[in-house]
Structures are given as C-alpha cells and as structure tokens.
Design a protein around this ligand. Structure first.
Ligand code: HEM
Length: 367
C-alpha cells in the first residue's frame, strides 16, 4: 500500500499501512513512489528542524516543485524568514476583546443555525463558516473576495473530488490574485502581497505567497474543528477546550498528512543513511501516534501533558497560523458545550486526499 494514495486515506488503509510500517522502522522506502517516508517522531523533528541538510527549495510535495522564485514555504532561512515576518505582522496581531467577541459570535451563530435546522454537517455548517469568517476578518477581506477565494481554494485542497475542477480553479484563482494586486485593492491580505513586491518579489511570487495564505488559512482549521467534533462524539468525550485538550484534538486529528524535504548532502536520519537528493516525506498522522513519544497513542487523553505533537509542523516552517487555528477550535467547542449535545446521525464521509486528512461531511443531529 502506497501511503500517499488518496483513496487509502479515505478508507483508513493508508493510515493503517503507515502505522504498520512504523513498527518496522522510523524511516522507510516507499515502494512505487521513490521517496522515503518519515514515520518516527524523533526523525521528523530532525528533518523539519535542519533546513541546511533538508531543504524546502525543491518542493514540499512528492515531486520537484520547479520554483526558481522567492517563496515562504518553498525556500529556506534566512530568505524564507523575511516573508514569514511579513506575514506575522498580520498573524501576530494581539487578540482584542472585539476580535474575540466576533469569533465567539460566529461560533455561536453557526451552532444556533445548525440547531434550528436539526440536521447539520460539522464540517460545512459549523467548522468552515467559522474558519472562513475569522480568516477573512484577520486579513481584511471583503465578503465577496472571501467567498470566492475560499470556494476556489477549497476545490484545490479537497483534491480527491477536485481532480476535475483543479485546473479551472487554479486558473481562476491566479487571475483573481493578479487582478487584485494590479487594482491595488485594500486590506491586510493585499497589503501582504504588495509589501512582498516592494521587497523584490515578482508578481508571480507575490501571487504564490497570497495563494499559500488562503490555501493554508481556512481549510486545515475547518478540518481540525470537524475532526475534533467527530472524535468527541464518536469517543463520547466532552467538547473540552482547555489548553491540554486543544493540543490533544490536534494530535488526534492531524489535519495535514504530509510535507517533504530534500536532502542537500549524503547524511543520516536516525540510523538510516540518506543519499543526496533523496526526498523525505514526513507523515504527520503517524508521527503523532509514535509510541516512543506518546503513551497509549491510540487513546484520546484530553489531559495529555506533555504533548509534543507535530500537527503544525516544526522548525523554521512550523505553521504561522497555529494560534489562530486553536482560537477557532476553542470557540466552536465552547459554543457546542453550551447547548444540548448533538449526535452523529450517519457515518462521516472521509475526504479522498493524499494531503488533507479530513472529511467531506460529518452529519450531525441536534435534539
Ligand atoms: C489546524 C489548522 C492548521 C494546521 C494543522 C496547519 C498545519 C501546518 C503545517 C504542518 C505546516 C508546515 C509546512 C511545512 O513544514 O512545510 C504549516 C505551515 C503553514 N501554515 Fe498552517 N496549519 C493550520 C492552520 C493555519 C492557519 C489558520 C494559517 C493562516 C491563517 C496557516 C498558515 C500557514 C503558513 C503560512 C504556513 C507556511 C509557513 C512557512 O513555510 O514558514 N495555517 N501549517
């Protein structure tokens, strides 16, 4: 079984196969894919921390990225850090009582609407609207811009069923970003793109940065929220939003499946010899169940501490939106705790994707 097969993640076989391989060793050749799968926690830390030995410049997916320009995620420090700092001027805005109130309100509104309907979907009715609204507010996007950007990038992220729509979504997204930069639209989102160009990025590279921001900015969070709701109901656990519980929901859901690095020289990872040019793919859902680090990894322990999960990655490319994602997850769990507990009304439909570990829908019933 190829761990990168999208249908394997939808039916659970890829996860099981990767767990099985983990028992045989923390770094394994992936037959048929010509890459090394990194399955151990210590080995994942080693690969993600050391950008001199393991570069992002040659792509963080399964194949060569083919980028020659400047990028945040497909570049290494120190260059990547300049763009990261640019983004952090938006991401690190302190939470104000107003932004907190708006987040709480959007979570409460989503839960109220779902309760009125009775039947609801944890992903599309609860998680996604909250994730989109708070991403849109943070980046100062107009409602129509937000709707279009989320629609197009959701098509790309949910890549299983998006195989057909992907080229069209990609073209539309590019034209929209190009036009937005040219028209000098206002708001933090467009400011990031323009500031990147003032620092020497080409329009193409600035568009790539904005695309990264939208692609990462709402879908993974929506999947984490839906995954936590599903896990709480399936395992009969409270909608706990305490700091330890949030980390455990993230460990358990691990919404992103993989990111890769390429070895810049002959080296070792753990005891495994790695040739120059080898592609190492970290498989987060499995790394986050490594029994060498997590006691009873197959149990959701909402008090687990320490909890060294890598759901947000690690090192110079660790997730820039982790704080925002946790705030949103907490807001939805709080809103659900305040009402009568819903139940799972049908089996969830899992997403066919080799990148996003999540759902197409999670049917719920209130009342
Ligand atoms: C639960 C939700 C999320 C998860 C699980 C997640 C996970 C990740 C992971 C694993 C990486 C590492 C990529 C690598 O190593 O190459 C990453 C990077 C990134 N994430 Fe997230 N993310 C989430 C939410 C967000 C949000 C809400 C935003 C922004 C609004 C965001 C923005 C980014 C950006 C910009 C990067 C690239 C950072 C860099 O290359 O330096 N993420 N994320």
């Amino acid at each position: 079984m190829n761990f990168f097969d999208p249908s394997g993640w939808a039916n659970g076989q890829a996860f099981e196969a990767a767990r099985h391989a983990q028992r045989e060793g923390p770094v394994r050749w992936m037959p048929g894919a010509d890459v090394l799968a990194v399955l151990g926690h210590a080995e994942a830390l080693e690969v993600l921390s050391d950008s001199e030995r393991f570069t992002s410049r040659r792509g963080t997916g399964l194949a060569e990225a083919g980028t020659t320009g400047r990028s945040l995620n497909l570049d290494d420090p120190p260059r990547s850090l300049e763009l990261r700092r640019l983004l952090q001027t938006v991401m690190d805005q302190p939470e104000t009582s107003e932004s907190r109130a708006l987040l709480v309100q959007s979570a409460n509104d989503a839960v109220s609407r779902a309760r009125v309907r009775g039947d609801a979907d944890a992903l599309n009715d609860l998680a996604a609207p909250v994730a989109r609204a708070s991403f849109g507010r943070l980046f100062g996007l107009e409602a129509d811009e937000l709707t279009l950007l989320c629609h197009l990038t959701e098509g790309l992220a949910r890549s299983g069923r998006a195989r057909l729509v992907q080229p069209r979504a990609d073209d539309e997204l590019r034209s929209f970003l190009r036009a937005g930069l040219a028209e000098r639209r206002t708001g933090a989102f467009w400011d990031v793109g323009r500031s990147a160009m003032e620092r020497g990025l080409t329009t193409e590279d600035a568009m790539f940065l904005l695309r990264l921001v939208v692609q990462t900015g709402h879908e993974s969070t929506a999947q984490a929220i839906a995954g936590a709701i599903h896990a709480a109901l399936e395992h009969q656990l409270p909608f706990d939003s305490s700091p330890h519980a949030l980390e455990e929901w993230l460990r358990w859901t691990s919404p992103l499946i993989r990111f890769a690095r390429v070895a810049t020289r002959p080296t070792t990872v753990g005891a495994f010899e790695v040739a120059e040019g080898a592609r190492l793919v970290v498989i987060f859902p499995v790394v986050n169940r490594d029994p060498a680090v997590f006691t009873s990894p197959e149990t959701i322990d909402l008090q687990r501490a320490p909890n060294a999960h890598l759901a947000f990655g690690w090192g110079p490319h660790a997730c820039a939106g982790a704080r925002l994602a946790k705030q949103q997850l907490a807001a939805v769990l709080d809103a659900l705790r305040a009402v009568d507990r819903p139940s799972l009304s049908a089996p969830p439909v899992r997403l066919e994707s080799g990148v996003t570990n999540g759902f197409v829908r999670v049917p719920l019933r209130f009342g």
